[in-house]
Design a protein around this ligand. Structure first.
Ligand code: ZN
Length: 419
């Protein structure tokens, strides 16, 4: 449900709306002269006040439509927009009063999001979108007041049932509708993170989301030389894609192999080297458990609620598919490691396993490759080198070709013998 609010509301009216605690959608009825062509740009952002009352002002160059919701653990105010640009200096935003942090970015499908993290539970006293006559800008003004945890929880529940949820990948069905035996071997490359979710950050400022996208493109280009393959990427720009959308994407394309590409950060800064992860309920070791726990937070970092995947498929069928699929995943992990060896530095015990949500498609062989760890400065240095990326992409492409050439019988027997 959405309420339309024109400007010029009295504060009493605004308070009554807040008391209703609905998710608002604000429209500013602007002159048609304001072009709808280019996205509005958030030019400036100010946070002022104390821990009892805090005002957030976001200045746009043109009218915007915004919806909001609350999330907890940690307490957050999520603002959703149609695509906007970010012209403000994020470093200069004064996180004070109730606000302790800011995160923003694109969510895919023409959506943008700003997330304010708060120090305490809060409620929204008012939220308005109004023109500023002096500057001829358009301001979104939000007043937050401190509240009890119960009050927050109630407001959050209401905002979740009425607020808009942004969580979808555009459907790109470039495959034929019927699976053919002679169809090309289909590889999904999944660059981790994106948009509002930066992933890890290197000592020298490298962002995981950027470096893995660059590598994914390199690998895709390398694979395009291979006739028998077709390659799709879960994202090819700086957008957020939820974990379940990544696996759904792979399943929709009836993928033969899903490779999620990452370069995470570890608490142990000395640990470095490429690692290939496959799925398992029980983690192989502490590092694997930590990496998986961190990866599985990606949706909640972006303010997306987890949704249960694979509804409507019986558990037994899923189990059977999983067991067979796991054999393929493990087989590919071994091929990838043996081909990367000699070129890339590998972590000790380079095949590890843990409960990664993004590897959960029951019928698509899936691995997650950490190219290296951005918490290690030597790895960060390598990851930024084009030559190194090319070399590693070559090795992985070789492994993928070998994997594609293997018959399922070979894989099953090798798993029976070696697993
Ligand atoms: Zn990652």
């Amino acid at each position: 449900m959405a309420q339309q609010i024109g400007h010029g509301y009295s504060s009493g009216t605004a308070r009554r709306f807040a008391a209703a605690a609905l998710a608002f959608v604000l429209f500013l009825l602007a002159p048609l002269a304001a072009s709808a062509e280019s996205a509005p740009i958030a030019l400036d952002m100010r946070v002022a006040g104390d821990e009892a009352v805090t005002r957030i002002v976001i200045e746009f160059d043109k009218p915007v439509e915004v919806s909001h919701r609350l999330l907890d653990r940690p307490w957050r105010l999520v603002l959703d927009f149609n695509k906007i640009g970010y012209g403000f200096d994020a470093e200069a935003v004064n996180t004070s009063g109730l606000v302790s942090g800011l995160r923003y970015g694109d969510m895919g499908g023409n959506h943008s999001r700003l997330i304010f993290r708060t120090r305490h539970p809060f409620k929204i006293a008012s939220i308005e979108s109004r023109p500023d006559r002096e500057t001829s800008r358009h301001n979104v003004v939000i007043d937050l007041v401190a509240a009890g945890a119960d009050e927050f929880a109630d407001a959050m529940d209401r905002s979740l049932t009425t607020g808009a949820v942004v969580n979808s990948v555009e459907k790109r069905d470039r495959l034929g509708s019927v699976r053919q035996d002679d169809r090309p071997f289909t590889i999904i490359i999944d660059p981790g993170h994106g948009g509002i979710d930066n992933g890890a950050k290197g000592v020298r400022g490298t962002l995981e989301k950027d470096v893995v996208l660059e590598f994914a493109r390199t690998l895709r280009d390398r694979l395009s030389r291979y006739d028998g393959a077709q390659v799709f990427m879960t994202r090819d720009s700086d957008v957020f894609v939820s974990l379940s959308d990544r696996t759904v994407f792979a399943r929709e394309h009836q993928a033969d192999l899903f490779i999620s590409v990452h370069a995470d950060s570890l608490r142990q800064h000395g640990v470095r080297g490429a690692t290939v992860y496959t799925i398992s309920e029980k983690a192989s070791d502490e590092v694997a458990a930590a990496v998986a726990a961190n990866e599985n937070l990606a949706d909640s970092v972006a303010g997306v609620e987890n949704t249960e995947e694979f509804e409507g498929v019986s558990d037994i069928l899923v189990d059977l598919a999983r067991r067979e699929t796991l054999g393929f995943s493990v087989q590919f992990a071994r091929l990838a490691i043996s081909d990367m060896k000699g070129f890339a530095r590998l972590i000790k015990n380079p095949h590890r396993y843990a409960g990664f949500r993004v590897l959960k498609a029951p019928d698509v062989p899936s691995v997650l490759i950490e190219l290296g760890y951005l918490s290690n400065k030597d790895d960060e240095h390598l990851l930024n080198q084009k030559e190194w990326q090319n070399g590693l992409a070559d090795r992985l492409a070789n492994a993928i070709e070998k994997f594609a050439a293997l018959s399922s019988r070979d894989i099953e027997s090798s798993v029976a013998a070696g697993q």
